[in-house]
Design a protein around this ligand. Structure first.
Ligand code: TRP
Length: 452
């Protein structure tokens, strides 16, 4: 990974057909952001999340294809970004389980979506959890796994998702605290709610949404369907020739989302000069069509050749998995799901070490334990006599060099622990930083080193 880049990641639940509001509010701005040089974008189809709300297999299957085709047709550069289906990445549910085991049930009890369902049940005089499945309850944990597995920095979402991002950070912090040793495993992701992005009004002026049945189709039904929908936009009853008020009319708001500022100014002047609503609708449909018409041809071509879509998604899944496999190895190692060969400390005799680092043997002493990363490099961890992990060394290609530094560290005095600006200390041996640790652990580390 290029460490100077900002990792931007977002998911789209595959439970419907994208409409014009999805395009202007999410797809278009995401594709635009992905073209910036400093952005490393990950976009995925949240099809496991779709199963939470939708038990119609045909619909889930169709939606996955339609949404993928929409993003590709809308201009997503699938070579540049990483574009994949959640369900093609088995490491996501695997991490989801690890996270589930560190997530407080009470945290999930507070989730807005879950509470809303409980409240709705109460209002209908039902049992609180009536009709609520564990997928809905644990939804935020799966979402945290989506984000944390890629160590995403920024997650562009709608307002309704802010709490899910807060939960992802909570869960990441807890996991880092429990398993991070002297360094963090997960990046804490930041939510990104872009106020400048258009929220399109629907035909009746409320937010365009499938649940209000007020949407304008994006590609489905061709230009004819677009014109039919636009003709249904509710306007006031001013007659042709009567001046219209542009601001506040949702027809005008829709126009603004697809036009340059010069076009918008002209349209506004025409409305104020008495342009008939019928003609205004024609102009709006033309304007939308000018932007999405060329994409619709590509969409139709993809939908007619779904194998092309499948190939793109498979390539995306390979790229995504390549990216996370080494990290997944570290995570398994961190929680104690280790190869039998590395579960036994190499240099302290055959004494198994459990996930908390507590020795199962009888004598309790501070000790170093060596192990090998999945990338083939070597590290050692320093455990206190009570089994607490105190230090994790840097990774070394050469196990002998690492061992020599660790041996030298045993003879060091506490002054070799140099304080860093961020509340951490570095253990410097022979002028080389062997490991970093939390400042609060300095006394224990010194005691452990002295005991060795
Ligand atoms: N919950 C999101 C929504 O309904 C979809 C989603 C799933 C998502 N996983 C994600 C968004 C990870 C951002 C990051 O809109």
């Amino acid at each position: 990974m290029n460490t100077n880049k900002v990792r931007v990641l977002t998911g789209i639940t595959t439970s419907g057909t994208p409409h014009l509001g999805n395009y202007a509010g999410a797809i278009r701005p995401a594709i635009e952001a992905s073209t910036h040089a400093e952005v490393d974008a990950f976009f995925f189809l949240a099809d496991y999340h779709a199963l939470v709300k939708c038990d119609d297999p045909a619909r889930v299957a169709r939606s996955r294809v339609e949404i993928a085709a929409t993003w590709i047709a809308a201009g997503l550069d699938t070579d540049r970004v990483t574009f994949y289906r959640q369900s093609d990445i088995p490491e996501i549910p695997e991490l989801c389980w690890m996270l589930t085991c560190v997530t407080a049930k009470g945290l999930m009890n507070r989730a807005h979506a879950y509470k809303a369902s409980v409240d709705a049940n109460a209002a209908r005089g039902q049992e609180p959890d009536d009709g609520i499945n564990m997928g809905l309850f644990s939804y935020p944990i799966l979402m945290a796994a989506d984000i944390l597995i890629f160590n995403a920095h920024k997650v562009p979402v709608g307002r309704d998702q802010i709490q899910h991002l807060e939960m992802a950070r909570d869960i990441a912090q807890r996991f880092n605290y429990l398993y991070g040793g002297s360094g963090d495993l997960f990046v804490l992701p930041e939510v990104q709610v872009d106020e400048s992005v258009a929220t399109l009004p629907g035909l009746d002026g409320r937010k365009m949404s499938k649940s209000y049945d007020n949407t304008i189709p994006l590609f489905e039904g061709g230009r004819a369907a677009l014109e039919r929908a636009v003709a249904q936009i509710v306007t006031d009853s001013r007659q042709p020739g009567e001046p219209k008020q542009a601001e506040g009319s949702h027809l005008f708001t829709l126009y603004q989302a697809f036009a340059t500022s010069a076009e918008v100014a002209r349209f506004k002047a025409q409305l104020e000069a008495g342009l008939a609503w019928g003609d205004a609708k024609k102009m709006l449909a033309d304007r939308i069509e000018a932007q999405i018409g060329p994409m619709r041809a590509r969409y139709a071509e993809l939908m007619a050749h779904p194998q092309q879509i499948e190939d793109i998604l498979q390539a995306g899944a390979r790229k995504a998995r390549q990216e996370i496999l080494p990290f997944m190895g570290r995570l398994r190692m961190a929680v104690g799901l280790r190869s039998a060969a590395v579960s036994v400390p190499a240099d302290t005799g055959a004494q198994a070490v459990d996930a908390t680092g507590a020795a199962s043997g009888k004598e309790k002493q501070a000790r170093w334990v060596s192990f090998r990363e999945t990338d083939g490099r070597f590290r050692q961890r320093l455990f206190a006599a009570d089994g607490r992990a105190l230090l994790l060394t840097e990774a070394f290609d050469d196990p002998k060099a690492l061992h020599a530094l660790v041996r030298a560290a045993a003879h060091l005095d506490p002054t070799s622990l140099l304080a860093d600006a961020d509340g951490m200390v570095s253990l410097v041996v022979d002028g080389r930083c062997l490991a970093r640790a939390h400042k609060d652990d300095v006394a224990d580390i010194s005691a452990a080193l002295a005991q060795l």
